[in-house]
Design a protein around this ligand. Structure first.
Ligand code: SF4
Length: 464
């Protein structure tokens, strides 16, 4: 596909729109604005379709101009046989950020603007507005949260698009990785205390941090306590795969002050788990949940995925009900994210028949169980253009998830694949500080870590 536009950012946006509107088999897409309007032409199946939108239609300023370009694209795409996705022309990971522009308006007006300027479906526009309100309430902006990366998994899920190592030769790196991670935590802790900063949340994620042994988890949580203090207001460990969960590991976490754990079944259908390369069973999940309930965690989160290979609407909803029957405080429902290679070869994938309505139903079931949606993000290759939505019972939401996802906090990040972030006080500019991507790179270049921490803490000081 040939994509023509004035600048790279516009070309990239047209590429993402073509994917979202199911016209990525077009031979040519071109944006060539006129003085007062955006103009996009799409050449598909030998025919040329032209969409236009006056600049004022998308709102004022540069953002309004870009919204108008999206409208022009959508008009051409519709004529070319494309499909308007649920979030319309919002192709970004964080659509709530766009809704934040309208959060001071009455809800009705905000929904009208989101639907007319971005073609967001009314129910999604209403959801975005509600989430923007929560975000406005929770945002503090000058707080630092800590992300600790454990990028190892017992086996690799077929659909995995994360940086995670599962092969035995990679798992053998864990002891050395942990040693270096502890050094990374110590240096990061020192850098923050030199600035008199305390962290307001920790998130140990992966991968599957549950792959660590009980002793290794103790070493890791001891190191976090030593370098960042006791009584951290929010402390999550994403244990991940239920088969890695043991009573002993849960006891270590509870004793360390961890107040939120994630035990993720993804589905409770054993045939679907097998087909997707997850080497655990639904029974492992039920057992792990029962064991976790013996400890006073503030919240247990369970992740589910809609659109897994071999699943269907009925099986997916049965899994949602199974999970809700255990009364978790948090549930996160993801739309399966296709790997980029598959997405490049095919057009938008709808997942199993009836996936989008099943997802709606799943959200409803969560709300009926007393959980409310509080954070949302989208992945560009998600099935049916759907979202990942986090639910929580009152008083149990994860501020880390909310603030990190919406760039409302600085993030100090330790470990391979972790990305630190420093947010400008205006909330607009974000500087990112990635560690080495893979464990073997991280281990091969330990001498780079102090310089990476310095760069992060200097940026944090400048912003203070
Ligand atoms: S558990 Fe998560 S990170 Fe690990 S292989 Fe599966 S999808 Fe990837």
């Amino acid at each position: 596909m040939e994509i023509l536009a004035k600048i790279e950012a516009e070309r990239l946006e047209l590429y993402h729109l073509a994917q979202a509107f199911s016209v990525s088999d077009a031979t040519r897409i071109r944006r060539q604005d006129e003085a007062d309007r955006a103009v996009v032409t799409i050449t598909r199946n030998g025919k040329v379709f032209t969409g236009k939108a006056l600049f004022g239609e998308g709102g004022d300023g540069k953002a309004g101009k870009n919204a108008s370009a999206g409208l022009a694209f959508a008009r051409a795409a519709e004529m070319a046989g494309g499909v308007i996705p649920p979030y319309g022309t919002l192709t970004g990971v964080r659509p709530v950020k766009v809704a934040l522009r309208y959060v001071n308006d009455e809800k009705e007006e905000a929904v009208r603007l989101l639907t007319s300027r971005f073609l967001v479906a009314p129910d999604k526009a209403s959801l975005l507005y509600d989430l923007a309100e929560i975000e406005k309430r929770e945002a503090k902006r000058d707080e630092v949260m800590l992300y600790v990366s454990v990028p190892f998994c017992p086996t690799r899920c077929r659909y995995c698009s994360f940086i995670s190592s599962a092969a035995p030769k990679h798992l053998a790196l864990i002891p050395a990785y942990l040693e270096l991670l502890k050094r990374d935590l110590a240096l990061t802790g020192e850098a923050l205390s030199r600035q008199g900063r305390k962290i307001s949340a920790v998130y140990v994620g992966g991968g599957t941090p549950g792959v660590l042994t009980e002793r290794q988890l103790k070493e890791l949580t001891d190191s976090i306590e030593k370098n960042f203090g006791k009584g951290i207001p929010e402390y999550t460990v994403e244990l991940g795969r239920p088969d890695t969960v043991t009573k002993e590991k849960l006891a270590v976490l509870a004793a360390a002050g961890v107040d939120r754990v994630c035990i993720n079944p993804q589905t409770t259908r054993n045939d679907v788990l097998r087909q997707n390369g997850r080497a655990h069973t639904a029974q492992d999940f039920f057992r792990a949940m029962e064991e976790a309930r013996a400890f006073p965690f503030r919240a247990i989160n369970c992740d589910l995925i809609a659109g897994l290979d071999g699943d269907g609407a009925e099986g997916f909803l049965a899994s949602v009900k199974d999970v809700l029957s255990l009364q978790p405080e948090n549930v996160t429902i993801h739309a399966l994210c296709r790997k980029k290679a598959a997405a490049d070869q095919t057009d938008r994938v709808e997942g199993f028949p009836g996936l989008a309505p099943a997802m709606e139903k799943a959200h409803k079931l969560c709300m009926e169980a007393g959980l409310f949606p509080y954070y949302l993000y989208r992945q560009k290759m998600a099935v049916a253009g759907l979202e990942n939505l986090g639910f929580a019972k009152a008083g149990t939401l994860s501020r880390y998830n909310l603030c990190m996802m919406e760039d409302l906090c600085h993030v100090a990040a330790c470990g391979a694949g972790a990305i630190g972030k420093v947010i400008h006080p205006s909330g607009g500019k974000i500087r990112r500080f990635p560690r080495q991507k893979y464990p073997f790179e991280y281990l091969a270049e330990p001498e780079r870590i102090p310089a990476l921490i310095d760069a992060f803490s200097n940026a944090l000081e400048e912003r203070a």
